[in-house]
Ligand binder design. Structure first.
Ligand code: HEC
Ligand code: HEC
Ligand code: HEC
Length: 189
């Protein structure tokens, strides 16, 4: 429990230090901004003209669909951009191309769960290959982020919060670190 409280304090420190300024032009909020998906609720899913990612001077920006309209029919979640992407893909609410140049190419889904035991009271982490390889290629992770061998990689929560390991994606383009239970899903005996 102490570890968890320490972690929460760490996360609070980071979110205070990194909270984007009110004026997005002053502190550009790019897609790769550290823990972008942990900003407060009012700053998420802004229309493209206001999101600090798209160029408001480009008239094409005004023609883009607003996330709030696009996400309206998708399965909801409690964090990040409030879309449960895993569920939305399963239900067919979205049908992303696996290869942008080839509409017929299908993902090669790899079904292998990796369990990482966690010391202390937090449930163990289950890393599911299947829900990643529906969208990602092996080379998105192997070998640069993770050596493909169970136990060969040192992973800690601090690294993840700093945007390394799982944090290369989680908090930027996938659900954020605040959703502890999605990763820490295996209750200890
Ligand atoms: C999103 C990141 C990610 C993607 C994409 C990914 N992997 Fe992995 N892979 C991991 C992680 C994390 C581990 C666990 C490493 C550890 O325990 O130290 C792992 C472990 C492995 C292992 C070792 C298993 C064992 O028991 O030792 C193999 C083999 C592997 N991956 C193959 C693949 C293949 C093949 C693909 C593509 C079809 C793939 N991975 C896609 C993250 C990924
Ligand atoms: C290369 C990018 C990438 C990396 C690295 C990565 N993930 Fe993911 N992860 C995703 C994406 C994309 C999704 C699907 C979208 C979402 O759920 O937000 C996902 C989904 C998941 C899910 C499924 C959640 C559900 O709703 O069922 C779990 C669990 C998960 N990731 C855990 C991990 C863990 C643990 C690590 C590190 C060992 C990791 N991921 C590393 C991109 C990544
Ligand atoms: C994206 C997946 C993911 C999310 C979300 C996540 N964790 Fe973790 N967590 C991990 C992984 C992977 C490890 C490393 C496990 C290991 O030792 O191999 C870890 C380790 C830990 C540890 C062990 C000590 C340490 O610092 O490494 C604690 C405690 C912990 N997490 C707490 C939390 C809490 C609390 C939350 C929510 C605020 C959370 N985690 C959210 C993936 C995640």
């Amino acid at each position: 429990m102490r570890g968890m409280i320490g972690l929460m304090a760490l996360m609070l420190t980071y979110s205070v230090a990194l909270a984007p300024a009110a004026d997005p032009a002053a502190a550009p909020n790019t897609v790769n901004t550290f823990n972008r998906l942990m900003t407060n609720k009012l700053q998420r899913n802004l229309p493209p003209m206001e999101d600090g990612i798209h160029d408001p001077a480009n008239e094409g920006t005004a023609m883009l669909q607003r996330p709030k309209d696009a996400f309206g029919t998708m399965a909801p979640s409690n964090g990040g951009n409030y879309v449960n992407w895993v569920e939305s893909l399963k239900k067919g609410s979205i049908n992303p191309r696996y290869n942008k140049d080839d509409p017929t190419e299908e993902a090669v889904v790899f079904d292998l769960d990796i369990v990482r035991e966690v010391k202390g009271t937090m449930p163990d982490v289950v890393y599911p290959h299947d829900r990643h390889t529906q969208w990602l290629d092996c080379s998105n992770c192997h070998p640069d982020i993770f050596i493909p061998e169970k136990g060969k990689n040192q992973i800690s929560m601090a690294q993840i919060i700093m945007g390394q390991k799982c944090g290369v994606c989680h908090g930027k383009v996938a659900f954020p670190v605040s959703e502890c239970r999605l990763c820490h899903s295996k209750t200890k005996k």
